[in-house]
Design a binder for this molecule. Sequence first.
Ligand SMILES: [Fe+2]
Length: 139
Amino acid sequence: MIWKEKYKIGIPTIDKQHEELFNRVADFVQAIRQEGRWEEKIEKVKDTMVFLQEYVVTHFDYEEQYQQTLGYPDCEEHHNIHEAFKADIQSAAKEFADAGYHEQAVQILAGRLLAWLINHVVATDHKMAQYVTEQGLKI
Ligand SMILES: [Fe+2]
């Protein structure tokens, strides 16, 4: 299990969404790294790319709307970080589909995904939660 208590930022709905995201990505990483023929894992890769493109967008939208409600001063910067990540996923999905889901390319993305998510939650999302606490805002 990749999800850890320490990744919680203290905003329950967002923490739940992060947990779901982490679990899906961890499950994906585990599936593509286990023994077995690569061809049998391609379905999982396709499913995960679809999931990411849908769930990540929903989650980012939620976070951004939440920040608007708070009047969070760094919301534009946060939005840009989200946009860059969405673009990265989208171009990877297209590249995989065009090139036929090469194992090495997928493995590289999987590692990057996990690292990005952890880093984003503990740094950027945590900063948003800190603002809520500092301002004494209601979660
Ligand atoms: Fe975020």
